[in-house]
Write a protein that binds this ligand. Structure first.
Ligand code: ARG
Length: 475
């Protein structure tokens, strides 16, 4: 018995009468009902149906091309598989736990539909190379979808960075006010993180995009198969080189989860900043109401739920990476049933990564900054102290001495509760006679950010230049 979503509930009776037809020959008693449920993967690998059929069609074509099946047999198999896909998509197929997994569910339906010729599809193939093929095909498609979300987020960041190129905010180290930066510059830092995440995914895709089909159970097959044919038909870069390795390793899935964990870690850092900035204490930005929720008890609350959730979801993706590493650890060659446990972590990592990036791509370009508040915050906290030290260095003082002089000026500012720019020239010059009226040019926030006008610097001019270059690269 299955629920509407095809899930088997704990109470679902699974009859123990049915001997599994796919291997029944060797067995003298049917699989125990609990064992059937325990070992089945259909509840989750049904998600791979489209890629399983895609792989089977390519395999059937290859069998025809190599003269292993007749043209008519191939045609019947392909027509049958295409119809099964339609039936699945119309919700007409009830998955069966007795048939264990997606491969046997589809094959058994095929034989039901087209008769004994359906039983020829599995010639020269094993579920071991079949599942390795399915996951790779599926993951490749998902990487492409996720890559588009990454790109959408990046182009949103460029749009916002351009708008905020001149907005000044405090830059932090140790979360203490350090030096003034432009908000556009900060957003471009986020862009760089996502760009590396994107590159990591593309790199991972190369190793995903290899065809294990033809490795069969572990050693290859006695049939005269053409592995280049199936690799080409499925859009793979080529066949994998070693059959034992092909059916056993899931390092491509580990690699994906690793890239996903790093990307989520980046999002969690951005999420954390968004949460801080929306707090009453910072009050730097406003998130659109549609990305926030209220409190059932405190009427004034507007909670940044989306960034908080993304920050939290980072934990599960990190967990999936550890799951897969632990799953693979110490597995002897070649295929082991352990590998069936790769799917749920991988599926959830994909879903979480995609949805989190989608949320950020929708939300971040719609941030409303509060430039006056940011500016006010940058004015506090002696953010131009380094500019004063640099000023003294340009007048001939060694940097260490300049550091000392400015430290004393800051101490005086703290004592008298004024920022450096608020001190009078007479006061400032008591710390060094090198300080003259032109000092106020470097003590302003604009002076400070404009002065950092080199590649990678925070000056508005650099931000605008970078936006232009990056936009051209994004295409
Ligand atoms: N459901 C299996 C998996 O996910 C498919 C391969 C099964 N192979 C086997 N020899 N039992 O790994």
């Amino acid at each position: 018995m299955t629920t509407e979503t095809g899930k088997h509930t704990a109470e679902s009776p699974v009859t123990s009468e049915t001997t599994n037809q796919q291997w029944g020959g060797r067995f003298s008693e049917p699989t125990d009902a609990f064992v059937a449920r325990f070992t089945a993967s259909i509840d989750f690998d049904c998600r791979l149906y489209r890629h399983d059929i895609q792989g089977s069609i390519a395999h059937a074509r290859m069998l025809g091309h190599s003269g292993i099946l007749t043209a008519s047999e191939v045609e019947q198999i392909i027509t049958g598989l295409e119809q099964i896909q339609q039936e699945i998509e119309a919700g007409q197929v009830e998955w069966s736990v007795e048939l264990e997994d997606i491969h046997m569910n589809i094959e058994s339906r095929l034989t039901q539909k087209i008769g004994p010729v359906g039983k020829k599809l599995h010639t020269g193939r094993s579920r071991n190379d079949q599942i390795a093929t399915d996951i790779r095909l599926w993951l490749r498609d998902e990487i492409d979808v996720i890559s588009k979300e990454f790109r959408r987020f990046q182009s949103g960041l460029l749009q916002l960075a351009e708008k905020e190129a001149h907005t000044i905010m405090p830059g932090f180290t140790h979360l203490q006010t350090a030096q003034p930066v432009t908000f556009g510059h900060h957003l471009l830092a986020w862009y760089e993180m996502v760009e590396r995440d994107y590159q990591r995914l593309q790199d991972c895709r190369k190793r995903v995009n290899q065809s294990p089909l033809g490795a069969a159970a572990l050693a290859g097959t006695t049939f005269p198969i053409d592995r280049h044919f199936t690799a080409d038909a499925l859009g793979f870069d080529g066949p994998t080189r070693n059959s034992l390795d092909s059916v056993s390793d899931r390092d491509f899935a580990i690699e994906f989860c690793s890239a996903a964990a790093i990307a989520m870690t980046h999002l969690s850092r951005m999420a954390e900043e968004l949460v801080l900035w929306t707090s009453a204490q910072f009050n730097f930005i406003e998130l659109p109401d549609r990305f926030c929720t209220g409190s059932s008890i405190m009427p004034q609350k507007k909670n940044p739920d989306v960034p908080e959730l993304v920050r939290g979801k980072t934990g599960r993706v990190n967990g999936h990476l550890i799951s897969l590493l632990t799953l693979m650890k110490s597995q002897p060659l070649a295929y082991n049933k352990d590998n069936q446990e790769d799917k749920e972590p991988l599926f959830d990592a994909v879903d979480t990564l995609r949805d989190s990036f989608r949320a950020f791509a929708d939300m971040v370009p719609n941030i409303q900054s509060k430039p006056e508040v940011m500016r006010e915050a940058a004015l506090r906290g002696f953010s131009t102290a380094t500019d004063l030290a640099d000023y003294l260095v340009r007048k001939g003082l060694p940097f260490r001495d300049a550091h000392e002089v400015v430290g004393k000026a800051v101490a005086f500012g703290i004592e008298t509760e004024r920022d450096l720019a608020e001190l009078k020239l007479e006061e400032l010059s008591t710390f060094s006679d090198l300080i003259t009226a032109d000092v106020f040019d470097v003590l302003t926030l604009e002076g400070s950010v404009n002065a950092r006008n080199h590649i990678g610097g925070t000056a508005p001019e650099q931000v605008l230049k970078s936006v232009e270059v990056l936009r051209a690269q994004l295409g």
